[in-house]
Design a protein around this ligand. Structure first.
Ligand code: FES
Length: 161
Protein backbone atom coordinates (compact mmCIF):
# COMPACT_ATOMS: atom_id res chain seq x y z
CA UNK A 1 0.00 0.00 0.00
CA UNK A 2 1.16 3.42 -0.86
CA UNK A 3 2.11 5.42 2.14
CA UNK A 4 0.53 8.80 1.85
CA UNK A 5 1.92 11.61 3.79
CA UNK A 6 -0.03 14.79 3.74
CA UNK A 7 2.31 17.66 3.23
CA UNK A 8 0.45 19.92 5.56
CA UNK A 9 -1.05 17.23 7.72
CA UNK A 10 0.61 18.41 10.85
CA UNK A 11 0.12 22.05 10.31
CA UNK A 12 -0.65 23.92 13.47
CA UNK A 13 -3.13 26.78 13.57
CA UNK A 14 -0.17 29.10 13.80
CA UNK A 15 0.98 28.02 10.33
CA UNK A 16 -2.51 27.96 8.85
CA UNK A 17 -3.34 31.43 10.01
CA UNK A 18 -1.22 34.52 9.56
CA UNK A 19 0.23 36.27 12.58
CA UNK A 20 -2.24 39.08 12.07
CA UNK A 21 -5.20 36.69 12.15
CA UNK A 22 -3.88 35.14 15.35
CA UNK A 23 -3.31 38.59 16.85
CA UNK A 24 -6.86 39.78 16.07
CA UNK A 25 -8.26 36.48 17.34
CA UNK A 26 -6.31 36.62 20.59
CA UNK A 27 -6.71 40.37 21.11
CA UNK A 28 -9.82 41.40 19.22
CA UNK A 29 -10.23 45.17 18.83
CA UNK A 30 -13.52 46.99 19.36
CA UNK A 31 -15.45 44.22 21.08
CA UNK A 32 -18.71 45.36 22.62
CA UNK A 33 -21.87 47.28 21.97
CA UNK A 34 -22.70 50.91 21.29
CA UNK A 35 -25.71 52.19 23.13
CA UNK A 36 -28.06 54.12 20.85
CA UNK A 37 -25.92 53.22 17.86
CA UNK A 38 -26.55 55.06 14.60
CA UNK A 39 -26.77 51.72 12.84
CA UNK A 40 -26.71 48.06 13.85
CA UNK A 41 -26.28 45.12 11.50
CA UNK A 42 -26.64 41.45 12.32
CA UNK A 43 -25.86 38.71 9.84
CA UNK A 44 -25.44 34.98 10.05
CA UNK A 45 -24.43 31.93 8.14
CA UNK A 46 -26.94 29.11 8.43
CA UNK A 47 -24.36 26.48 7.53
CA UNK A 48 -21.85 27.11 10.30
CA UNK A 49 -24.31 28.84 12.61
CA UNK A 50 -22.03 31.82 13.21
CA UNK A 51 -23.52 35.23 13.90
CA UNK A 52 -21.92 38.66 13.72
CA UNK A 53 -23.31 41.99 14.90
CA UNK A 54 -21.74 45.37 14.15
CA UNK A 55 -22.61 48.70 15.75
CA UNK A 56 -21.77 52.04 14.16
CA UNK A 57 -21.67 55.50 15.70
CA UNK A 58 -21.87 57.96 12.82
CA UNK A 59 -21.36 61.74 12.91
CA UNK A 60 -24.56 63.32 11.63
CA UNK A 61 -22.83 66.14 9.74
CA UNK A 62 -19.66 64.61 8.37
CA UNK A 63 -21.05 61.06 8.02
CA UNK A 64 -17.79 59.79 9.50
CA UNK A 65 -17.87 56.56 11.50
CA UNK A 66 -16.63 57.74 14.89
CA UNK A 67 -16.94 54.42 16.65
CA UNK A 68 -17.48 50.84 15.61
CA UNK A 69 -17.99 47.82 17.87
CA UNK A 70 -18.80 44.20 17.27
CA UNK A 71 -20.08 41.05 18.87
CA UNK A 72 -19.41 37.77 17.17
CA UNK A 73 -20.67 34.35 18.11
CA UNK A 74 -18.51 32.37 15.81
CA UNK A 75 -15.25 30.83 14.79
CA UNK A 76 -11.82 32.35 15.33
CA UNK A 77 -11.65 33.67 11.78
CA UNK A 78 -15.02 35.37 12.26
CA UNK A 79 -13.66 37.08 15.38
CA UNK A 80 -10.47 38.13 13.57
CA UNK A 81 -12.31 39.42 10.48
CA UNK A 82 -14.86 41.38 12.48
CA UNK A 83 -12.07 42.86 14.59
CA UNK A 84 -10.15 43.92 11.48
CA UNK A 85 -13.30 45.17 9.72
CA UNK A 86 -14.14 47.46 12.65
CA UNK A 87 -10.59 48.82 12.59
CA UNK A 88 -10.81 49.48 8.84
CA UNK A 89 -14.12 51.35 8.88
CA UNK A 90 -13.36 53.53 11.90
CA UNK A 91 -12.63 57.08 10.79
CA UNK A 92 -14.04 56.49 7.32
CA UNK A 93 -17.18 58.07 5.92
CA UNK A 94 -20.16 55.82 5.32
CA UNK A 95 -19.39 56.00 1.60
CA UNK A 96 -15.76 54.97 2.08
CA UNK A 97 -16.82 52.20 4.47
CA UNK A 98 -18.76 50.60 1.64
CA UNK A 99 -15.46 49.91 -0.07
CA UNK A 100 -14.24 47.82 2.86
CA UNK A 101 -14.88 44.52 1.14
CA UNK A 102 -14.13 41.05 2.42
CA UNK A 103 -11.07 41.08 0.16
CA UNK A 104 -9.82 44.25 1.84
CA UNK A 105 -10.36 42.62 5.24
CA UNK A 106 -8.52 39.47 4.15
CA UNK A 107 -5.63 41.46 2.70
CA UNK A 108 -5.32 43.45 5.90
CA UNK A 109 -5.10 40.14 7.77
CA UNK A 110 -2.48 38.75 5.36
CA UNK A 111 -4.93 36.19 4.02
CA UNK A 112 -7.22 33.43 5.25
CA UNK A 113 -7.40 29.72 4.42
CA UNK A 114 -9.92 29.09 1.58
CA UNK A 115 -12.44 27.38 3.89
CA UNK A 116 -12.55 30.54 5.97
CA UNK A 117 -13.30 33.02 3.19
CA UNK A 118 -16.99 33.05 4.11
CA UNK A 119 -16.08 34.36 7.56
CA UNK A 120 -14.72 37.53 5.93
CA UNK A 121 -17.90 37.77 3.84
CA UNK A 122 -19.82 37.77 7.08
CA UNK A 123 -17.77 40.79 8.23
CA UNK A 124 -18.41 42.67 4.97
CA UNK A 125 -22.10 41.89 5.11
CA UNK A 126 -22.39 42.92 8.78
CA UNK A 127 -20.93 46.35 7.95
CA UNK A 128 -23.32 46.69 5.02
CA UNK A 129 -26.25 45.67 7.22
CA UNK A 130 -25.31 48.30 9.83
CA UNK A 131 -24.98 50.96 7.11
CA UNK A 132 -28.34 49.87 5.71
CA UNK A 133 -29.91 50.22 9.15
CA UNK A 134 -28.44 53.72 9.45
CA UNK A 135 -29.71 54.69 5.99
CA UNK A 136 -33.20 53.37 6.79
CA UNK A 137 -33.36 55.21 10.11
CA UNK A 138 -32.28 58.48 8.50
CA UNK A 139 -34.15 58.09 5.28
CA UNK A 140 -31.07 58.45 3.13
CA UNK A 141 -29.70 56.49 0.24
CA UNK A 142 -26.11 55.25 0.16
CA UNK A 143 -25.20 54.69 -3.44
CA UNK A 144 -24.21 51.10 -4.16
CA UNK A 145 -25.54 49.75 -0.87
CA UNK A 146 -27.78 46.71 -1.24
CA UNK A 147 -30.29 45.46 1.34
CA UNK A 148 -28.60 42.97 3.68
CA UNK A 149 -28.92 39.27 3.00
CA UNK A 150 -30.47 37.10 5.68
CA UNK A 151 -27.91 34.37 5.14
CA UNK A 152 -24.57 34.75 3.45
CA UNK A 153 -23.97 31.03 2.90
CA UNK A 154 -24.91 31.28 -0.78
CA UNK A 155 -21.71 33.24 -1.29
CA UNK A 156 -19.58 30.36 -0.15
CA UNK A 157 -17.43 28.61 -2.68
CA UNK A 158 -18.97 25.25 -3.60
CA UNK A 159 -16.19 23.21 -2.09
CA UNK A 160 -18.29 20.25 -1.07
CA UNK A 161 -19.52 19.34 -4.51
FE1 FES B 1 -18.63 30.33 9.72
FE2 FES B 1 -16.26 31.18 10.37
S1 FES B 1 -16.88 29.11 10.17
S2 FES B 1 -18.03 32.35 10.11
Amino acid sequence: MKKRRRKNGNRSNKEMYSEKVMDHFNNPRNVGEIEDASGVGTVGNAKCGDIMRIYLDIDEDTKVIKECKFKTFGCGAAVATSSMATELVKGKTIYEALKVTNKAVMEALDGLPPVKVHCSLLAEEAIHAALWDYAQKNNIEIEGLQPPKADISEEEPAEEE
